[in-house]
Design a protein around this ligand. Structure first.
Ligand code: NAD
Length: 454
């Protein structure tokens, strides 16, 4: 069996080695998961709910351990990593309420009784990216399990450790061992087998638009269900009538969170031309104030990039002649450190069009509301964005006009487990989270019962 080496991105030290699942291993897990799913779906709804609550409680007692593991594997600052582990617990608790609420409908018909059922799909394959390993896995597995499915998770090659640990904690909590299984390995092996295996009935894929497109094309061969959460190049639109101090003070955190390795990063700041110079004056100290350093230290706001390979990709967007306005700080020495960087390029530059997925933000000026909307929508992506204005009508108009799935007005919030999340255009297909997520792991079955007249 082959293994992969896991590196701590803050120190470049070897952290662990992880066994890679091969195709036969996937087939074996699918067969066992199929059997476990049938038993799981037969349980009373309250029993499935109780099992998910136990899983949440076991996660809760391991928050510190999970957070420390994420710090070491992914370089997330400890405060963020603890939040992420707590989020997994909350997502499990939230969807633990679903098995007892998956009601169908009774529809008035002539000659009998018509009811709908939400039947589980069977085995669901969840493929996750390396940037938020725990949280993104939970957005797939928690509602899928709640709806009566078995789940196989393939974590990303660079950051599998917390997901593997969640798989162990599920068993510790009493979930059947084969019902929820984590299969580390290559995308081209494990991920592709999820797509081609006829008994994997749905793929939840989170990752790049490039790979997501291939997953969707492969799934089409079996009319396999897919949810896709893909890339983003989100706009942070700053109008002249907003609280400019607050917009500038918060802008770095809207893009540099998780070192910019965030699909929702507001990586294009669009500023109304008449306040552009003042905004840049305010932005500079805010960027320089981002605390970049040892992710184990409380108070660190930004850690390293995830790997050497990814560092080289991000660095390629900031060549020596790049239009750098100013940069923040980053440690030197071992680790994949990249200082927060603010660029002021032309509208057509690749840094404005492509997802950099690192701590690099572009700032562009716009003339009026129509120009701001056109610029914000001038992208193949449509995941999230922010709108800064104190004019209520403008806030409503612009938030309706921007083609993106998750917008925030006068803040940068995008993800709450109880509200829907997903992208327009090439940022994805389908929605995760929110009250309806379990339904996307079911088929609606309509049954008509003929009733004889007495
Ligand atoms: P990636 O597409 O390279 O990989 C994602 C996952 O797919 C990994 O587990 C990988 O092993 C697997 N994979 C690779 N090839 C595959 C194949 N042929 N078949 C099936 N699976 C395969 O993405 P990444 O670099 O890990 O993550 C970064 C990307 O993820 C960014 O584009 C980011 O925007 C996106 N992302 C989106 C969201 C969202 O919710 N919309 C959230 C986080 C990240």
């Amino acid at each position: 069996m082959t293994t992969s080496t896991i590196i701590n991105p803050a120190t470049e030290e070897v952290l662990d080695t992880v066994k890679q699942t091969d195709e036969a291993g996937v087939d074996d897990a699918v067969a066992r998961a199929s059997a476990a799913q049938r038993a799981w779906a037969r349980l009373a709804p309250a029993e499935r709910a109780a099992a998910l609550r136990s899983f949440a409680e076991v996660v809760d007692t391991h928050i510190d351990e999970l957070a420390e593991l994420e710090v070491a594997n992914s370089g997330h600052p400890i405060g963020n990593a603890a939040w992420e582990a707590g989020h997994v617990r909350d997502v499990l608790h939230y969807y633990a309420a679903s098995p007892e609420r998956l009601s169908g409908k009774q529809i008035p018909v002539a000659g009998g009784l018509d009811v709908t059922f939400h039947e589980p799909l069977g085995v669901v394959g969840v493929i996750t990216p390396w940037n938020f390993p725990m949280t993104i896995a939970s957005w797939g597995f928690a509602p899928a399990l709640a709806a009566g499915n078995a789940v196989l998770v393939k974590p990303a090659e660079w950051t599998p450790l917390t997901t593997i640990r969640l798989g162990e904690l599920a068993v510790e909590a009493g979930l059947p061992a084969d019902l929820f299984c984590v299969l580390p390995g290559k995308g081209s092996v494990v991920g592709e087998r999820f797509v081609t295996h006829p008994d994997v009935r749905k793929i939840v894929f989170t990752g790049s638009t490039e790979v997501g497109t291939r997953v969707m094309a492969g799934a089409a061969a079996q009319v396999k269900r897919v949810t896709l959460e893909l890339g983003g190049k989100s706009a942070n639109i700053v109008f002249d009538d907003c609280d400019l101090e607050k917009a500038a003070a918060t802008a770095p955190y809207g893009v540099f969170d998780n070192a910019g390795q965030d699909c929702c990063a507001r990586s294009r700041i669009l500023v109304q031309r008449n306040v552009y110079d003042r905004f840049m004056e305010l932005l500079e100290p805010a960027v320089k104030g981002v605390v970049v350093g040892d992710p184990r230290a409380e108070g660190t706001e930004m850690g390293p990039l995830v790997s050497r390979t990814h560092f080289d990709t991000v660095a390629s967007y900031v060549p020596d002649d790049a239009a750098v306005a100013f940069r923040g700080h980053a440690p030197s020495g071992p680790g994949y450190w990249f200082a927060p960087t603010v660029l002021t390029p032309q509208r057509t530059d690749r840094t404005v069009r492509e997802e950099i997925f690192g701590p690099v933000v572009t700032v562009l000026a716009f003339d009026d509301e129509a120009d701001a909307i056109a610029l914000a929508n001038d992208t193949a992506y449509g995941l999230s964005g922010s709108i800064w204005t104190d004019n209520l009508s403008r806030a409503v108009r612009v938030s309706r006009a921007v083609e993106a799935g998750n917008l925030s007005v006068n803040s940068h919030s995008s993800v709450r487990y109880h509200t829907p999340f997903g992208g327009f255009k090439q940022s994805g297909l389908g929605r995760e989270l929110g009250p309806d997520a379990p339904l996307s792991f079911t088929e609606t079955k309509n049954v008509f019962f003929a009733v004889e007249e007495s």
